[in-house]
Design a protein around this ligand. Sequence first.
Ligand code: DMJ
Length: 499
Amino acid sequence: MDRKKDRENKKIFRQSILFLCILLVVGIYTLIYYTVFVEKPSPPSLKGSPPSLKGSPPSPKSSPPSPKSAEKLLHVQSISDQIRSAMQYAFQAYMRDAWKADEYMPVKKRGMETFGGKGLTIIDSLDTLYLMGLETEYKSAKNFVKDEFQFKGRINVFENNIRVLGGLLSIYSLTKDALFLEKAKEVGEVLLKAFPRRIPCAVIDTTRPGLCETQQWSSGAVNAEVGTLSVEFVALSKFTGDSRWQDKINAINEYWHLHSDQLLAMNIDPVTEQMTGPQTIGGGIDSTYEYLIKLNQLTGDKLAGKLYDTFEEMIVTQMFTTYGTTTFAKASNSDKIEHLGCFLGGMLIMGQKYTKEGLAFTETCARMYTTNPSGIACDSVSVQQDGSLVCVSNVYLLRPEVVESIFYAWRETHDPKWRMYAGKIWKALQQHCQLKTGGFTDVRFVTGKHPEKMDKQESWFLAETIKYLWLIFQTDQVLPLDNYVFNTEAHPIHTFSSS
Ligand code: DMJ
């Protein structure tokens, strides 16, 4: 009898242990899921705040976190810390091997002068370093601007406007340090030389006054290079009280107004002002549309707002389509999606009228990463009739547009899936683009499991990709979208009251 009872007791004991184990596993899994992805984090710790509080958004008051929300905070904080460390890792490698060069080749461990030697990576990184509280690196960058930065030689107007002028205006907007406005004015003076006519030159040269060229690969002006000056030029006029930059933009906006009865085309003859070529949404036209809504948000510019509404309507009604469950913008009758064109989801979310389409397109763009075994996106894909994505350009150039749109999607919805996508993309970048010897590189053959490293750390990776990824894991109080507009290189500028 006693043995039988003993056996039964043992059986009950084993079953209870098994039950407790199952409960434990389910509990841990649920905790991990909710901890990482579901709730918004509390305000970031001081570690992540700017070196100087001057000009930074105030942290909201909060009561002490409960043990559960403390756990969640720790997890989101840990991803945020990893991304912040990655910024430091990328910038320090550049400092070690390529200081003052425009961009960095992390495999060869040397610099490359893609912009004629202007210290481009330093200027493009200033605001990211500042926002993340990377004080030592920020101080070195600021000292470079103070003592060594020179803006001369051959100037690509569009690129220098969004990265150099945009970078300087943003750090001025965040810190109100007069040094940065002074340098921004110097840059702005040079860029004004690109306007012998309403349609600006693509290339000028401070050593050859009067030189006014188009890009070597284009016969006329490229649409986006004309349309992507407004945020920086108008901000410079607002900060200085000098209307010369604003005047150039007013004239260009009048030009868009004259051509607002249909979607914009890729090329503009600078003399006849005739517009020709494909009506795309990717590279070549992309940020012209983006800057209309951004200018409207920055200053309340009414014409820009009206133009944006007109073009937005045409983009959605004429381009948006769904194959299977894949929604995308079918531009110029092409089934191709460029990584560059993935800014569009974020732009539509910003516009608030076509948020649903913006979110759907952002999801399609996020899938460009998750459908590849490497977890890294192709630079362009083609959408098949069944909705699947097939790689067209099998490289990843550390581009930001997808995480940019995920950032807007997260701020709009707080749906945990957006943090989940961002977390996956971040992990894949760490795995395939980070070098053990320092820095991050672009890669190719991303459709395989082990992409091959190329050798360029694009400055936009530090200005945009890392910044947007980091912001996705911050609270909405860090650069609130009601008060800040990001230029197309992710440099935030505080809004000005409506004029
Ligand atoms: C960046 O320099 C900017 O985002 C620009 O608007 C488009 N191209 C790159 C990144 O892909």
